[in-house]
Design a protein around this ligand. Structure first.
Ligand code: SAH
Ligand code: SF4
Length: 345
């Protein structure tokens, strides 16, 4: 009989498993603690359980883990992991650090939610792969645990769903993963950000199924014409209904919605675009991340000049819209936004 992967179990299933083994309920909490907080991948390492019981459990179950097919470390410290799933597919996760000496130093893991992506944005390499399949909750959570094992004793502090895939097209599994990341691993929801190309039904559902996580929107254009050209999803969920949904989005406390805007030279980077963006965001507590296009072969787009990027930012900040320029990290290992495609499958 195939062994049960304990990592694939949600809380009620773990409780049921323990019960079926004739064990008291607290054993479920113990297993969860060892798997998610102590991050063991072998039942034999759970020393809080007696050896004979560990041996008995190991005859029934195992603790699944992703295989690390490749670990690339960039000159700037960014790391990219090519991770193997049990069905032979691969995904990528990226670890981005701020200066380790900074007082509020963060280590952010950029996780994937799908193998490939169905949205097909024209500037994105993951989009070029097409859609292969949704990741299951434990495959999302295990990206965090796996990276955490690799970088011990450093600790991942933040999670962004900005790797491969459209998280709102896999919302059920993503929300279960968020539950496990917060309840089992102990991460705060305020340190988790979900990034979407603007799937309106998913945005409307989010406050119920994944309350309190931060929301980022890949806006990338200030007119429907340009947005539909570079992001075909805009034909279904256009700018006006998208922004209307965001205006109504319940934001806790002083938090804001992040808008990502990939600057494509000569396509969406004019002064008029910046002025339009200011108008679009009116009434939404927001901050804008400007991401100069990360070039890749055959993309058909180019990065804007550094001056253009600064001029674009100046128009936003001049209108009191907070705007940061996101320096691309890990470009030498193809770990920057939009460069993930798990090419070594
Ligand atoms: N699918 C979600 C999550 C992926 S996030 C989403 O699109 O929001 C990936 C981010 O990288 C998005 O904001 C996207 O606009 C940006 N991106 C994609 N390709 C890029 C490229 N070549 N250069 C810079 N940013 C890119
Ligand atoms: Fe998918 Fe996001 Fe890439 Fe668009 S930018 S193709 S939504 S991963």
């Amino acid at each position: 009989m195939a062994l049960i992967d304990l990592k694939s179990l949600d809380k009620p299933s773990m409780e049921e498993f323990v019960k079926n083994e004739g064990l008291p309920a607290y054993r479920a909490r113990q297993l969860i603690h060892w798997i998610y907080e102590k991050n063991v991948t072998d039942i034999g390492d759970i020393t809080e359980i007696s050896k004979p019981m560990r041996e008995k459990l190991a005859g029934k179950a195992r603790i699944g883990a992703l295989t690390v097919k490749k670990r690339l470390v960039s000159e700037d410290g960014t790391e990219k992991y090519l991770l193997g799933l049990e069905d032979g597919n691969s995904i990528e996760s990226v670890l981005i650090g701020t200066d380790a000496d900074a007082p509020d130093s963060c280590l952010t893991l950029c996780v994937s939610s799908q193998v490939g992506c169905a949205i097909g944005c024209r500037f994105c390499l993951t989009g070029k792969m097409g859609f292969i399949r949704n990741l299951r909750p434990h495959e999302i959570v295990e990206q965090v645990l796996c990276a955490q094992r690799l970088i011990r004793p450093r600790k991942i502090t933040n999670i962004v769903f900005m790797g491969m895939g459209e998280p709102l097209n896999n919302l059920e599994n993503v929300s279960e993963a968020l539950r496990r990341l917060t309840e089992f691993v102990g991460l705060s929801r305020r340190r988790i950000t979900l990034s979407t190309s603007g799937i309106i039904p998913g945005i409307l559902e989010l406050p119920r199924v994944a309350p309190l996580v931060n929301l980022a929107i890949s806006l990338n254009a200030a007119t429907d014409e340009v947005r539909s050209m570079i992001m075909p999803v805009n034909r279904k969920y256009g700018l006006a209904p998208l922004l209307q949904a965001l205006r109504r989005f319940p934001l806790p406390g002083r938090s804001r919605i992040t808008f990502e805007y990939v600057l494509l030279g000569g396509v969406n980077d004019t002064d008029e675009d910046a002025a339009r963006l200011v108008r679009l965001l009116r009434g939404i507590p927001s901050k804008v991340n400007l991401i100069p296009f990360n070039e890749h072969e055959g993309a058909g787009f180019r990065a804007p000049s550094a001056d253009r990027v600064l001029a674009f930012q100046k128009i936003l900040t001049g209108a009191r819209v907070t705007a940061f320029i996101r320096k691309s990290k890990g470009a030498d290992i193809l770990a920057a936004c939009g460069q993930l495609r798990a090419e070594y499958t």
